[in-house]
Write a protein that binds this ligand. Sequence first.
Ligand SMILES: *[C@@H]1O[C@H](CO)[C@@H](O)[C@H](O)[C@H]1NC(C)=O
Ligand SMILES: *[C@@H]1O[C@H](CO)[C@@H](O)[C@H](O)[C@H]1NC(C)=O
Ligand SMILES: *[C@@H]1O[C@H](CO)[C@@H](O)[C@H](O)[C@H]1NC(C)=O
Length: 181
Amino acid sequence: MNPKCIGMMWMCCIILFLFDICAVASRLEFKNIKCTNLDRKFSEFEECYLKAQNRTYKYMSIKVILHQKPVTQFKVNFELYKRSNGLQPISYNTTLDGCKEFSSARNPVTTFFLGLFQTYSNINHSCPYNHDLILHKLPTNFVLQQFSTFLPFPPGDYVLSSNWIAYGINRANVRVHATLI
Ligand SMILES: *[C@@H]1O[C@H](CO)[C@@H](O)[C@H](O)[C@H]1NC(C)=O
Ligand SMILES: *[C@@H]1O[C@H](CO)[C@@H](O)[C@H](O)[C@H]1NC(C)=O
Ligand SMILES: *[C@@H]1O[C@H](CO)[C@@H](O)[C@H](O)[C@H]1NC(C)=O
């Protein structure tokens, strides 16, 4: 073989190698979920768990019983941050009006937060809310897809914390810890 050919082969190898690295889809793993009820008179969590059906299908479910229906005014504060050792953390902190924006998000950041779970929930309309709140089997793969279409987030540990505020009082916190690999 002449040297030119060998050179080409090396080039191909390098390109294939790089391509292979790039082609490895990132993975998302839910590490844990914590639902904290802050007002038992207002609501309670009947379900709040992560489950692995098999290696590729993992999901989370949440069910909230509302004791004071209908709910006609609420806000949700979403905070997403990346855990890091003091280096510039990625963080988003936004509060939205649930009565208005759960039926139509107003900007890319709220669209992003709602897009993470909304199609797997019944939290998708304007007020009043006169039913229990359900997040039904939200799969990790779906969340990963939503993450990737918003921004290429770097690998790392992420925490998504949400505060559910009705009539100006924080009633519940839902916190999910996930790792992007
Ligand atoms: C994992 O479970 C889901 C849902 O039951 C199923 O559709 C999928 O084929 C399973 N995957 C594997 C690798 O067993
Ligand atoms: C996020 O925003 C809320 C409401 O504006 C504020 O109370 C909270 O302290 C903020 N969180 C962080 C980590 O800055
Ligand atoms: C909201 O979610 C429920 C339950 O998943 C579904 O039946 C309904 O069509 C959805 N409504 C909208 C406006 O997306």
